[in-house]
Design a protein around this ligand. Structure first.
Ligand SMILES: [Zn+2]
Length: 404
């Protein structure tokens, strides 16, 4: 930290100090000086600026170490807000997060469906304006909008384009269109990276740790956080573990390969296998045919947790594939922490957690050198939207991407 901050620009210094305050919860000026390697007078000046801007407040005192009890600094919870959106076919989640990434208000909007992209963005921008007005949030206090989407970056880099099948989205610039309609900065990020930054920002992960978040919704991806930022790769498309082939003679995948994790372990794969077992499928449909893959997977996961042996076998099979992919990743990256997140783990997460932990405990190449912690992250329906809001907070408040 000291090496990085000496000679850094004032904006970099300010965001680094802000990030230290965030990740510490509460911290004194003296501790800030110790941890940053900056002088106390520089710290005082930067902190005064942060207090003047309303980003930081003084809150309570630390225990005395002999002299006066030092004043503790903390982020001003309600000083700035970030909006998170997850652009899904069936529904659009919208959340308003405080500066810590906690959801303070949320709503569900009509999904993108087959509407043309510009119509969806116009509709979302109007709904967003009403949402902020209803909660009496001034636009000037909103740092920006994070948008989560299952997708990839286009060949030109930078702007993430949607991979949604609906026509028009592939060439549609979501950041520019929503930015123009809302008047706020917009950052588009894939859902797995959103989930990973959400875990990081929420403070559950120490800021010095490198870790992977495996995100499962309808697809499976990972976000790899290293040095407090997302690892992006050559074209910002790192993390497509869903297309790691686990069976070279396995079923064909949309990507052109065979036996990818996605065709073996996703909710759609589990539902496909359940349909092939007439007895199980009859039990799953006892209260009527599930209306979507998502609801069918929920019913199978619920049956597995309740002890249905066939449903349990299918979930465990999916979990073994996930565990095998995580094992390979752990061996390649020498990870010591893996987080499982996303709505795919909402019901039968314990089975996945147990299977992945057991596999890594038995088979991780470095198991005698260090343990690998496997933990459950956010699995709520708003994981991606909340993560998207964290992308905005991270982008605005950390030294990696300072936005003035
Ligand atoms: Zn594939």
């Amino acid at each position: 930290m000291a090496r990085r901050l000496k000679g850094a620009s004032s904006a970099d210094t300010r965001s680094a100090i802000l990030d230290l305050i965030r990740s510490s919860g509460q911290i004194s000026r003296t501790q800030l000086a110790e941890r940053s390697g900056l002088t106390e007078s520089t710290i005082s000046k930067v902190v005064r600026g942060l207090i003047d801007r309303g980003l930081v407040v003084e809150g309570g005192h630390a225990a005395s170490t002999g002299g006066k009890r030092p004043v503790l600094l903390e982020l001003n919870r309600c000083s700035r807000w970030a909006v998170g959106l997850s652009l899904d076919f069936a529904r659009i989640s919208i959340v308003l997060c405080d500066i810590f990434g906690n959801v303070v208000h949320s709503d569900i909007l009509r999904g993108a469906g087959d509407d043309p992209p510009q119509h969806v963005i116009d509709r979302v921008a109007s709904d967003l304006a009403r949402f902020l007005e209803r909660h009496e949030i001034a636009g000037r206090d909103v740092i920006g909008i994070g948008v989560s989407d299952a997708g990839r970056i286009d060949a030109a880099g930078r702007s993430l384009r949607s991979s949604r099948q609906a026509s028009g989205w592939e060439d549609f610039d979501v950041e520019a269109a929503l930015g123009e309609r809302s008047g706020l900065p917009v950052k588009l990020e894939n859902d797995a990276n959103c989930a990973a930054l959400g875990e990081f920002w929420s403070g559950r992960i120490p800021s010095a740790d490198d870790f992977v978040t495996l995100y499962m919704a309808s697809g499976i991806g990972i976000g790899f956080i290293t040095n407090g930022d997302v690892y992006r790769g050559a074209s910002s498309n790192a993390g497509e573990i869903g297309h790691l082939s686990l069976d070279i003679d396995g079923p064909a995948c949309d990507c052109g390969s065979q036996g990818c994790l996605e065709v073996l372990a996703t909710p759609a794969a589990v539902v496909r296998d359940a349909r092939a077992n007439p007895d199980l499928w009859r039990r799953i449909c006892a209260d009527g045919e599930p209306e979507s893959t998502r609801t069918a997977f929920s019913a199978i996961a619920t049956a597995a947790v309740a002890g249905d042996p066939d449903a349990d076998a299918l979930i465990r099979k999916s979990a073994r594939y996930v565990a095998t992919a995580v094992l390979g990743l752990t061996n390649v990256l020498d990870l010591d922490r893996v987080v499982l997140a996303g709505p795919g783990f909402a019901i039968a997460g314990e089975i996945y957690l147990e299977t992945v932990s057991d596999t890594l405990g038995r088979l991780a190449f470095m198991r005698r050198v260090h343990p690998v912690i496997v933990q459950m992250g956010d699995t709520g329906p708003q994981t991606a939207a909340r993560g998207a809001a964290s992308v905005v907070l991270h982008s605005h408040l950390t030294p990696h991407h300072v936005r003035e």
